[in-house]
Design a protein around this ligand. Structure first.
Ligand code: HEC
Length: 227
């Protein structure tokens, strides 16, 4: 190859690098000028980046606190019993509204969606998630409580409501997924589950008791058979 062609090739190669270098310089520079983009993908626009200072506001904060008096969406205002399940520091022992059959049925449906996976359909703590964790023998797994246990039965309804809303110990909060009315509906259904497991015939109305008929005969004593 003639010498001048070799030099031309070198010069051309160097020239070809210039646009690339300009681009690289432009992308790493911290100048105020917008960066050069090959694909202009809205990467240059006026916006506030997380935790950056702002010149617009007197306090220099770009992340603004909510205006005074802002209330959380879907949370009733100023009704502690309904919203918090407690009045001052005391858990409420009563439902904020009369418990209806429709409410308990709604509670059963929601319980089946949100609680049964861990606590089991009857609330005994044997849901499919708990069974799976046991099968995997996870050393750190805390089993879901048995909702029919005396401790949980003794909890005021406001405490159960709060457990759904904010979670408790290892149990996560469901307040962001379950609204106020549904939380109370689930509490009503949990009470029904507890009554079903810890009730006695004395809890029934006389007419319902009569409809059940005479109590079953005691089990015959077990006999041993030899084979
Ligand atoms: C992801 C699994 C999981 C789900 C889903 C779940 N829980 Fe729990 N729950 C737990 C665990 C685990 C505990 C025990 C926590 C501990 O002892 O650290 C618990 C404890 C409880 C307790 C006992 C709290 C006490 O007073 O000691 C109640 C009541 C309860 N859950 C109700 C519910 C209800 C109602 C739902 C449905 C809205 C629900 N849980 C959904 C895992 C779950």
């Amino acid at each position: 190859m003639p010498r001048f062609m070799k030099s031309a090739a070198v010069v051309l190669t160097l020239l070809a690098l210039i646009p690339l270098l300009v681009l690289v310089k432009d992308r790493v520079t911290d100048s105020e000028r917008p960066r050069l983009s090959l694909v202009y993908d809205m990467d240059d626009q006026d916006k506030v980046k997380t935790q950056r200072a702002s010149e617009l506001f007197a306090d220099g904060r770009s992340m603004r606190p909510p205006p005074a008096g802002t209330v959380a969406r879907d949370e009733p205002v100023g009704r502690d019993h309904l919203r918090d399940g407690r009045i001052d520091t005391l858990w409420v022992e009563t439902f904020p509204a009369p418990v209806t059959r429709a409410m308990v049925e709604r509670g059963r449906e929601r319980y089946g969606i949100y609680c049964a996976p861990c606590h089991g359909l009857a609330g005994n703590g044997d849901g499919i998630v708990a069974k799976r964790a046991e099968a995997l023998m996870e050393g750190t797994w805390v089993p879901p409580s048995n909702l029919a246990d005396a401790t949980v039965r003794a909890r005021p309804v406001g405490h159960l409501y709060n457990t759904i809303r904010h979670g408790i110990r290892k149990m996560p909060a469901y307040g962001s997924q379950i609204g106020v009315d549904d939380r109370w509906a689930i509490v009503a259904y949990v009470r029904a589950l507890q009554a079903a497991q810890a009730g006695s015939p004395a809890d029934l109305e006389p007419a319902d008791l009569a409809a059940l008929g005479p109590p079953p005969a005691p089990e015959p004593a077990a006999t041993t058979t030899q084979q």
